[in-house]
Design a protein around this ligand. Structure first.
Ligand SMILES: [Zn+2]
Length: 326
């Protein structure tokens, strides 16, 4: 009887507050965040990061994720779920990696979700890192309250995510939202995905730096703000390409909000004005004044927060349709 009472008390405690771990595996750093869900609020209890260990191959990466989960569970007992953000394509049903272009480790087919779940004794799910960013901004960031939203995060690559009717949209295999890989120029430069002329081929970090004549995006934004004409022209060109891609997305999806994340979004109007000009020129079938263009709010931890939210949402209802069919 005592045992049953203790179990019932545990369930009541879990229902009132529950802790969820988010892991965000990047090519250079592994970030993590622990969130606690209250009645209708989320609180970030803890977060941290460490260099991604690439020297141990597939086994080393899995061991690092497991160790990170174990340490989080020691600090914050009763973690109820984990989400694992990965920079690439995965099989959500098997919990395995398929392809991660920015992690130079051969680990296709490696089982990642199950070892993390075993370490926590709680369910763990994979999610693409840009979709995690979108979910974080949708629930707790710049797009909160929106039903239909589009998110782009500009970094080494250009990640994207879609929310439709208040939920993240995954398509039939979990890859829906790859906004960066829509063709902008049929004869454009080759993209890492194998296509040519993708939006990413013009707007990923190294291309922004190249267009602005700077070593990196941070310097590009700083120089443009200081009035450097080449940096300004570069950002104008990047804004224009982003506008072309986003205009197509607005025409197709008529979202309430577009969220822009990544370091270049700090350029503000130097980037957003040419982008808005392009939208005005190209969006002809829906009212642009109903579409808000905003800069992401959650910054560095967005991926880890979104992964935690995704793990939590998967424990509350069945996995989204097709979110990981190979
Ligand atoms: Zn591409």
């Amino acid at each position: 009887m005592e045992e049953r009472d203790a179990q019932a008390a545990g369930r009541i405690r879990s229902a009132a507050t529950a802790r969820h771990l988010g892991l965000d595996l990047g090519g250079t750093r592994l970030k993590w965040a622990v969130l606690e869900r209250g009645a209708d609020t989320w609180r970030q209890l803890d977060s941290g990061s460490e260099p991604t260990r690439l020297d141990g191959g597939a086994a080393g990466l899995v061991a690092q994720l497991v160790a990170c989960a174990r340490e989080a569970a020691l600090r914050w007992p009763e973690i109820a779920s984990a989400g694992i953000g990965v920079p690439g394509v995965y099989d959500g049903v098997a919990g395995t990696i398929r392809f991660t272009p920015n992690i130079p480790v051969d680990w296709a087919g490696t089982v990642v979700a199950d070892p993390v779940a075993a370490a926590l004794d709680a369910p763990a799910r994979l999610i693409n890192d840009a979709r995690a960013f979108m979910l974080a901004e949708l629930r707790l960031g710049a797009a909160r309250g929106a039903l239909n939203a589009i998110g782009l995060t500009l970094g080494t690559g250009v990640g994207g995510g879609l929310a439709i009717d208040g939920r993240l949209y995954f398509g039939h295999d979990g890859t829906a939202g790859e906004i960066g890989h829509q063709t902008i120029d049929p004869d454009g430069p080759f993209c890492h995905c194998g296509n040519r002329g993708c939006l990413e081929a013009y707007t990923r970090a190294d291309q922004i730096a190249l267009a602005c004549g700077t070593p990196d995006v941070e310097t590009a934004v700083r120089r443009a703000r200081e009035g450097d004409q080449r940096a300004r022209a570069g950002l104008q060109q990047v804004g224009r390409y982003l506008g072309i891609g986003i205009a197509s997305m607005i025409t197709v999806l008529t979202p309430d909000v577009i969220v822009l994340g990544g370091g270049v979004a700090n350029a503000g109007d130097l980037l957003l004005n040419p982008l808005r000009d392009e939208l005005r020129q190209r969006v002809r079938t829906t009212a642009l004044d109903r579409v808000e263009l905003v800069v992401a709010e959650l910054g560095y931890w967005a991926g880890a927060i979104g992964a935690a939210l995704y793990g939590a949402e998967c424990t509350l209802r069945p996995a989204p349709v097709g979110e990981g069919v190979p």
